[in-house]
Design a protein around this ligand. Structure first.
Ligand code: FAD
Length: 264
């Protein structure tokens, strides 16, 4: 059930020059949120900007009712959000999203993410480790060393962590998907989860399809309302005929989809 509430900001951490982690007190949302869901944030109390900004849930501290999210400053909305202070109240709606990551026992799980797409994968990995017997291998891809973030946090919720940078300045040189492919020559995972930039998601989707590996991807499509009203975040369904395409809306049907169900 989604809730509209004023959540107090209890902690702010600046992780990088343009990257912030907010911890907010939001018991009602935390109690029912699932990995892969997001919240819609009003970045200011005034009128402008009117539209809320969608941000993924990074961590749910169920015991203390605290929800954490991490965002990168991109434009006006996120710049204003970065100026908010501890003690202020944020107007948020959540948890949003119907499609969530499936938490159950797997043998070997591969979780692959890149850039800001890493954030919703943390709660997923954490719950897989806490609630299931799955062996979890996380692959994190970044453009360069300066952008590598949350290494320790992801190490703590995985059995193995592989970090790649495009320019080789940290971890293994190259794309994270290449490391996943190499590891699959030894042992094929029975599940893949992915969130990240579109080229990465397309590569993961194709690889999973070729190898018949069940795969869930989270799409962070641009969206205006986050509530299924504006219809701005449409994604084409994979099996619809090309002369009569059918669409889902990421905010309502997603953001997590079976990779075989969507054309990205
Ligand atoms: C379901 C969902 C979950 C998300 N989770 C996170 C998260 O955990 N952390 C995070 O940092 N961001 C996340 N985003 C992206 C975030 O919503 C946008 O970066 C933000 O809305 C931009 O707002 P703005 O006003 O700062 O920028 P705008 O002024 O609206 O745009 C500035 C720039 O950001 C780009 N932009 C706008 N929306 C997106 C988008 N969805 N993806 C990529 N680029 C975008 C624009 O093209 C433009 O170049 C998520 C988006 C979705 C749909």
């Amino acid at each position: 059930m989604k809730v509209n509430c004023k959540a107090e900001i209890v902690k702010i951490e600046k992780l990088k020059e343009d990257l912030y982690k907010f911890s907010i007190q939001a018991e009602e949302i935390v109690s029912c949120a699932k990995p892969g869901q997001f919240i819609d944030v009003r970045v200011v109390d005034g009128i402008e900007p009117l539209l809320r900004r969608p941000i993924s849930i990074y961590n749910l501290d169920k015991e203390n009712g605290i929800l954490e999210f991490i965002f990168q400053v991109k434009g006006k909305g996120t710049s204003l959000l970065a100026q908010r202070k501890v003690g202020e109240k944020l107007d948020i709606i959540g948890p949003l999203g119907y499609g969530t990551f499936s938490i159950k026992d797997y043998k070997n799980v591969a979780i692959i993410g890149g850039g800001i797409g890493m954030f919703p994968l943390y709660e997923l990995a954490k719950e897989l480790k806490e609630k299931t017997t799955s062996n979890v291998h996380i692959y994190m891809g970044f453009r360069n060393k300066d952008l590598v973030t949350l290494e320790e946090e992801f190490k703590n919720v995985s059995d193995e962590l592989t970090i790649t940078t495009d320019d080789g300045s940290y971890g293994i040189s190259g794309f994270a998907i290449n490391e996943l492919k190499k590891d699959c020559e030894k042992e094929v995972p029975d599940k893949i989860f992915a969130c990240g930039p579109l080229p990465m998601l397309k590569a993961v989707q194709a690889f999973a399809a070729q190898n018949n590996i069940p795969c869930e991807i989270s799409l962070e499509e641009k969206m205006a309302c986050g509530l299924g009203v504006c219809l701005g975040c449409a994604v084409k369904t994979a099996k619809s005929p090309s002369d009569a395409p059918e669409y889902w809306h990421v905010c309502k049907a997603g953001p997590v989809f079976n990779a075989t169900d969507v054309e990205i």
